[in-house]
Design a protein around this ligand. Structure first.
Ligand code: 8YV
Length: 329
């Protein structure tokens, strides 16, 4: 049995499952969080958290000052592939391993990205609103842009980026990408900067990790370069896009449209987006199918159980694998 801190509320099934074998301390239920932490902090070995909003509707930064409060902490198990809310480098330096839930959500998230591509370029959401408003009686919905002959630029060609690229190929799109490095085993055209990628593509898909290094990487200049026939799709993190610049770009036709599953301050969505017709908005549902969320939960729990039984952790994040290689984790 491990002493687990759950700062934000995860799904009931995760809580039920963990509570069968572990002692789960529910921070989100505590009327006085400080007093609660003062009581349990010295016993906590595991923090189970989420990369973004789940049922509790809040995000918690598991940063250095938070992590430092738990002298016995050994594992931070993150529900989600993105772990930008966890300071993994600091954890690794303290011998604390961070795990995430990669692979099991790759296809679901890529499907969501592609759904957004279709819905944004072909205006399916707007066309449905047109039908529901009874406007079809007055004439057909206007003609839209097409995927035919387009280039899809993917910012961040990791597992999810590659799965999006595969879907793009099936739809006849030319694929280009930008990332920290050119990938030797990939035939797609590489661009070293988001600006160069935006110049080369019609549909720019953001699939890179969040965090300080990528903050506002899609700024007013990149949007201007993407141009009035260009579309922006974001299924990664809201923090990668300068939202004020995007709103201005959508409003004034600097780009043609956008499809967003993620926002800077979820679950708050800027009012300006709600009144724009050329943006498709989803409430961060990238991985949110019954099957995929079950697979993510299973992997999260398997990591916690592996820690508790002295087994090998299944999916430590790269920062911790590197630290382990140098025998610190
Ligand atoms: C989840 C995600 O919504 O995996 C991620 O990084 O953003 C999504 O799959 C989120 O992590 C819920 O915890």
């Amino acid at each position: 049995m491990s002493e687990i801190l759950m700062p934000v509320r995860l799904s009931d099934s995760i809580i039920r499952d963990l509570e069968q074998r572990h002692h789960v301390h529910r921070l989100w239920e505590a009327p006085d969080a400080e007093a609660f932490l003062a009581d349990v902090a010295s016993r906590i070995e595991v923090i189970v958290t989420a990369g973004s909003i789940l049922a509790s509707g809040m995000t918690l930064m598991v940063d250095a000052s938070f992590i430092a409060r738990f002298p016995k902490l050994k594992l931070i198990a993150n529900h989600g592939v993105g772990y930008d809310t966890v300071d993994a480098a600091f954890s690794a330096s303290r011998g604390i391993t961070v795990t995430n839930t990669p692979d099991v959500l790759t296809d679901e998230t890529a499907d969501t990205a592609f759904g957004l591509v279709l819905s944004t370029v072909r205006e399916f959401s707007a066309a449905e609103r047109y039908l529901r408003a009874g406007q079809w009686m007055n004439g057909p919905y206007r003609l839209t842009a097409s995927l035919r002959g387009k280039t899809m630029g993917i910012l961040g060609l990791g597992r999810i980026g590659k799965a999006i690229a595969k879907r793009g190929e099936v739809f006849g799109l030319t694929i280009a990408y930008c990332g920290r490095n050119k990938q030797a085993d990939v035939a797609y055209v590489y661009h070293a900067t988001p600006q160069a990628l935006a110049q080369a593509c019609d549909i720019l898909v953001v699939a890179a990790p969040g965090g300080l290094q990528t903050r506002n990487i899609i700024d007013a200049n990149v949007l201007k370069t993407l141009g009035p026939q260009g579309f922006l799709i974001n299924i990664a993190r809201g923090s990668l896009v300068d939202e004020a610049a995007l709103i201005e770009a959508l409003r004034s036709g600097i780009i043609a449209g956008a499809g967003l599953d993620v926002f800077g301050h979820e679950p708050k969505v800027p009012d300006a987006f709600l009144s724009l017709e050329n943006v498709v908005l989803l409430p961060h549902v990238g991985s949110a199918s019954v099957e995929t969320r079950k697979a993510m939960a299973d992997l999260l729990i398997a990591n916690v159980d592996a820690y508790a039984t002295g087994g090998q952790l299944l999916t430590p994040v790269p920062e911790c694998m590197l630290a382990r290689a140098s025998a610190r984790c």
